[in-house]
Write a protein that binds this ligand. Structure first.
Ligand SMILES: Cc1ncc(COP(=O)(O)O)c(C=O)c1O
Length: 390
């Protein structure tokens, strides 16, 4: 048993971030100002995208991306069922229909299932880079191109992840990132959209601030500072300078954070190898997996404990765990909106039964990781006395 509880996620915020936020507070620019602009420029440079638009969350980033692409009532958008509700909720908010698609055994949207779900009403594919590993972007972009529809990537888990050597952020029409507290880099709450399309970026900027033609920072610098035009009914989803102050420094640390995440993941993969009934995440070729999550899958029969039993065992050992995710087709809202789906998502159902996310974040020590590994082993050995003693 540990001296202190090990939570499953925790941000790593240093003195640089604290000083930068204090500087924003002192400057008087507590809403969107020069630091948001700097953060956007830094993020665009990091990903290699022509444009980065800072917003209040990844949920807003997804909604604005889809809205800027003209998605609305009557349209269908393909969404993997194994994701956080935000991915599909964003589609619903626009009056469109999320069409849930099964995943493969790594938790990524199945290309085959996506191809089979396309209809004449499909207007976009919205893949999720689950746990920090990129989807089959080549396959998805080809599929979308044959139908003449865009891909919008949900990269909530994938800041700093790579596909074929390039950072996530420039592969599709729009990519949405999250800087929520548990993410690989954080601004408390916050998000970013990257795109290489000039017209789309301009529309996203307008949509993120009421559909107004110029934001407060621009107006402050113009002589006609009072004048603006509302060209469409947009959202109120701008990022603040206090959030950007955090983001500027978190971004500088992102590669270091991700290296540490990969180190801890490698320790888990080695340490958990050979436990009966435990499968660890598989890294796919051509990807840099940044392990926003480290989801293992428990086979209850072989492991001797169900997923719930495993989580209770970890908790009793002073270790937090979680489940990512309860598939959307099992959520009451989506079940009633789309009808029950027994057997329609066999891989997501199979994964879900045994999914357990182990703690993983840069602040964790090697000792913390060892404690987690020992706790998972002890769940098995405590019920196998002959094996434990022999
Ligand atoms: C896959 C996925 N998409 C979207 C989101 C929403 O992110 P945010 O909280 O920044 O809106 C999350 C948040 O956890 C997520 O896991």
């Amino acid at each position: 048993m540990r001296d202190s509880f090990l939570p499953y996620a925790r941000p790593d915020i240093g003195e640089e971030e604290i000083a930068e936020v204090a500087d924003s507070l002192r400057s008087g620019w507590v809403s969107t100002g020069p630091k948001v602009k700097r953060f956007e420029d830094d993020f665009a440079a990091y990903t290699g995208a022509r444009h980065a638009v800072a917003v209040s969350s990844c949920t807003a980033a997804l909604e604005i991306s889809l809205a800027a692409l003209g998605i609305g009532p009557g349209d269908e958008v393909l969404v993997p069922t194994l994701t956080f509700c935000a991915t599909a909720n964003a589609v619903v908010h626009l009056g469109a229909t999320p069409v849930l698609v099964d995943v493969d055994e790594t938790g990524l949207i199945s290309l085959e299932a996506a191809a089979g779900a396309i209809t004449s009403r499909t207007r976009a594919i919205l893949p999720v880079h689950y746990a920090g590993q990129a989807c089959d972007l080549d396959g998805l972009l080809d599929l979308a191109a044959t139908r003449g529809i865009p891909v919008v990537e949900d990269a909530a888990h994938a800041a700093g992840s790579r596909y074929r050597g390039r950072p996530i952020g420039t592969f599709s029409q729009a990519t949405a990132f999250s800087f929520y507290a548990t993410k690989n880099m954080t601004t408390g709450e916050g998000g970013m959209i990257t795109t290489n399309d000039d017209a789309l970026a301009a529309r996203m900027r307008r949509l993120a601030l009421h559909g107004m033609s110029r934001d407060a920072w621009q107006r402050y610098h113009d002589s006609e500072s009072w004048y603006y035009e509302v060209t469409e009914a947009g959202y109120k989803a701008n990022m603040t300078d206090m959030q950007a102050a955090l983001g500027i420094h978190q971004l500088r640390k992102l590669d270091r954070f991700n290296r540490r995440r990969r180190e801890l993941a490698a320790a888990y993969t080695a340490g958990l190898a050979g436990i009966p009934g435990v499968s660890t995440p598989r890294e796919l070729p051509g990807r840099l997996h940044t392990y926003h999550l480290y989801p293992i899958r428990i086979d209850a029969e072989e492991f001797g404990l169900t997923r719930a039993g495993c989580l209770s065992h970890l908790r009793a050992a002073g270790i937090g765990g979680s489940v990512h995710f309860i598939p959307l087709h099992r959520q009451p809202y989506y079940r009633s909106a789309q009808g029950p789906a027994p057997g329609r998502f066999p891989v997501a159902d199979w994964l879900y039964e045994g999914l357990v996310s182990l703690p993983l974040y840069p602040k964790m020590s090697d000792r913390d990781a060892k404690d987690v590994i020992e706790a998972v082993w002890s769940a098995v050995t405590s019920r196998l006395p002959a094996r434990a003693s022999g």
